[in-house]
Write a protein that binds this ligand. Structure first.
Ligand code: N01
Length: 508
């Protein structure tokens, strides 16, 4: 089926249905199109492409991976204004890539997946979607979830937060109608989002309280604008831009052993973090309160030159006492101190180890993916496929996250794997592929074994990398080039496959 005619009409059947239009879903659409697949549909609950880069519009939002690397290898952008791109540039980049690829006619925006259920008899997925209050069922041979790991805000469960009378919003749902000028504002959380927000809003608020539960490690941000000469060279001599990208890739990859096997190798980073504190803060007492008491790298390492100076400003208070409750107009800490505020910003992260999309996917025996994962934590084969869920592929699935390099590299590795899987299904006349249980188990056992010496396990911190069982089900514990190699070919022998009833029935 071709949707060129009217993308607003949802089809009844497509060969591949992709969930999400962020880096993963958009990349998949472009590659499917390149492979000659025309009969696919991307379902996106938001109104545009971009995923996390569409949603996170808070002041100061920017990437902490250089954009030469944090961009598709097949769509270099010679016009990045600086080494670490601000959010609006990344969002504009994704919009431009989507437009130029000519795939947007197969995107259904403002459309949410309600439930996707595997139909064993028909060997297809039945996907119920909703748009503007209307429900529609789409049948698809292959379901590709690119719903994203950092998409569903995690709101803090603090006594009384619902009774707060002022403005309250999550960092990923920034309320641009709220003018912070001269207001008393509180930010809860000191993660990657918060440390970008705090220096920006400090400039305009009347007073800012920053609630820190755990001090993050923050090292300097080596950011700079690209010169006109550089940009012109990137445009005229693409090989030079590729060289930049390659150099950044290998520079980042050199950090891997310090995270995975030899945390002591991170000493230079620790020293950088400590000197960043000294440079940004003069007060010894404040310095002590922002100094982390766990190994660097255990939580995501943050980069900023402006966070510590902002904390040291006259109109900012760092609050390290635990939050006891929130009243109609104030935050009360465990020591009984009440700090009145007008606006509350919660920068408390996302549902990563319990992705909400898993609540909406039902496998072969009718069980929800979330229920299967609730037993031992989320797990997949190659971060991509799951036993009991035939013809389901995930992009940025379990244990594919990174603390040191670009997720786009991981996404492109998964795109290659999925494309090869689809190609194999076509050439071998297969209706279904499903990873064998023992193969998936062995994959995850190996991952968990590799986690043991890592700083994420031994670094002495709690982090969103770990699930409720204390297992790291989010990060990839090896070199990223190893991930790419392992996913370079679809390994049919790891799968239970079912032939199509007729050649025409084959996924083709
Ligand atoms: O979220 P986080 P984030 N009471 O989970 C605190 C990516 N990202 O949105 O450390 C009080 O890191 C929590 O405290 P603690 C990046 O991968 C990338 O900042 O758990 N505090 C922590 O300080 C990043 O890692 C960019 O003790 C509470 C904070 O809230 C990921 O997104 C930019 C609390 C949450 O930090 C998430 O970052 C931004 C409570 N009840 C984000 N609950 C780039 O530049 C939580 N906290 C690419």
């Amino acid at each position: 089926m071709n949707h060129d005619s009217d993308p607003r009409v949802l089809p009844d059947r497509v060969r591949q249905l992709v969930i999400g239009a962020g880096f993963g879903g958009l990349g998949m659409a472009i590659k499917l199109d390149e492979d000659g697949e025309r009969d696919f549909l991307v379902i996106e609950k938001g109104g545009d492409v971009g995923g996390t880069w569409r949603d996170n519009t808070y002041p100061g939002a920017a990437c902490d991976v250089p954009s030469q690397l944090y961009s598709y290898s097949f769509a270099p952008n010679p016009s990045w204004s600086k080494s670490f791109s601000p959010q609006p540039e990344i969002q504009a980049y994704l919009q431009g890539v989507a437009r130029e690829a000519g795939v947007l006619d197969r995107f259904a925006f403002d459309t949410a997946v309600e439930e996707a259920a595997w139909d064993e008899a028909g060997q297809v997925w039945q996907v119920e979607v909703s748009r503007a209050g209307e429900r529609h069922t789409i049948t698809t041979d292959v379901l590709i979830s690119a719903a994203g790991a950092l998409c569903e805000p995690r709101l803090p469960d603090i006594d009384g937060i619902d009774t707060f009378q002022g403005e309250v919003f999550h960092s990923a749902r920034w309320d641009h109608d709220t003018d912070l000028t001269g207001k008393r504002v509180a930010v809860i959380g000191t993660g990657a989002s918060s440390i970008q927000i705090v220096p920006e809003i400090q400039k305009v608020v009347g007073h800012l309280d920053v609630y820190q539960r755990t001090a993050p490690w923050v090292i300097p941000r080596h950011d700079r604008a690209y010169t006109g000469v550089e940009k012109a060279l990137f445009k005229r001599v693409p090989a030079i831009q590729k060289l930049y990208r390659t150099a950044i890739y290998w520079g980042r990859e050199a950090y891997v052993p310090a995270f995975t096997r030899r945390p002591e190798l991170a000493l230079p980073a620790r020293l950088l973090g400590l000197s960043n504190i000294r440079r940004g803060i003069a007060d010894p007492e404040l310095r002590a309160r922002v100094t982390p008491d766990y190994a660097i790298g255990c939580k995501r390492i943050l980069i900023s030159n402006t966070y510590y100076p902002a904390l040291a400003s006259d109109n900012v208070s760092l609050v390290t006492d635990g939050i006891a409750k929130i009243t109609g107009d104030a935050i009360v800490t465990a020591d009984g101190v009440e700090r009145p505020i007008d606006v509350l910003v919660v920068a408390t992260g996302f549902h990563v180890t319990d992705p909400p999309i898993a609540e909406r996917i039902r496998g072969r025996d009718g069980r929800k993916l979330a229920d299967v994962w609730s037993e031992n934590g989320q797990g997949a084969y190659k971060g991509c496929t799951v036993h009991g869920f035939p013809n389901l592929f995930q992009i940025v699935g379990p244990n594919t996250g990174l603390g040191h390099s670009s997720m786009v590299f991981m996404i492109e590795s998964q795109l290659a794997y999925i494309r090869d899987a689809l190609g194999t299904m076509q050439t071998d006349g297969l209706a279904t592929v499903e990873p064998r249980a023992e193969v998936q188990q062995a994959w995850n056992d190996d991952l968990q074994r590799r986690m043991e010496p890592s700083v994420w396990s031994s670094g002495g911190c709690a982090s969103w990398y770990l699930d409720e069982h204390g297992r790291n089900t989010t990060l990839w514990p090896r070199a990223t080039f190893t991930f790419r190699r392992l996913l370079s070919r679809f390994d049919k022998t790891a799968y239970t496959v079912a032939p199509a009833r007729t050649r025409e029935d084959a996924f083709a």
